[in-house]
Design a protein around this ligand. Structure first.
Ligand code: HEC
Length: 124
């Protein structure tokens, strides 16, 4: 291959799909307006999400949750991976009366990447 043929390949290499982790970080960007993954950060409009995967629902002790999430906590619900994925598909459908105004994420691949990002401390 002549050297300049490689130049033609460069744009294609740049367009290669990002890894799942990069996708997760990118997908979490809009959530950062209301949520932090830094356990010491307080005062955002939404609960702290550090360690949310596996945590009991409504598990940030410093956050004043809606009645529907407090009831889920009293019922002993936990954020396992399938529940997080289903939640992100349509938050208000899972918890009618939820105080989180966010439309669901339609793409299942995106939901999986985001939940993986949330459950992997190394990816932050
Ligand atoms: C406009 C602010 C806002 C945005 C943007 C937002 N959230 Fe929330 N989120 C909230 C609020 C407020 C709650 C608590 C809802 C309640 O008490 O009903 C919440 C709750 C949650 C919970 C449950 C937490 C727990 O402790 O049980 C998860 C998980 C969550 N959000 C994930 C996300 C993800 C992922 C995104 C981005 C795709 C996102 N949120 C975007 C405001 C937001």
């Amino acid at each position: 291959m002549k050297w300049y043929a490689f130049l033609l390949l460069l744009p294609m290499l740049a367009a290669a799909p990002a890894s799942a982790d990069e996708n997760g970080a990118r997908l979490f960007a809009p959530c950062r307006a209301c949520h932090s993954l830094d356990p010491t950060e307080r005062g955002l409009p939404g609960p702290n999400l550090a360690g949310v995967a596996g945590r009991v629902v409504a598990g940030d002790p410093a956050f004043d949750y809606s009645p529907v999430l407090r009831k889920a906590r009293d019922d002993g619900l936990r954020w396992d991976m399938p529940r997080l994925e289903a939640f992100l598909a349509d938050p208000a459908e899972m918890f009618p009366g939820l105080w989180m105004s966010m439309r669901g994420i339609e793409d299942a691949t995106e939901r999986t990447a985001l939940v993986r990002f949330l459950s992997d401390p190394a990816s932050r």
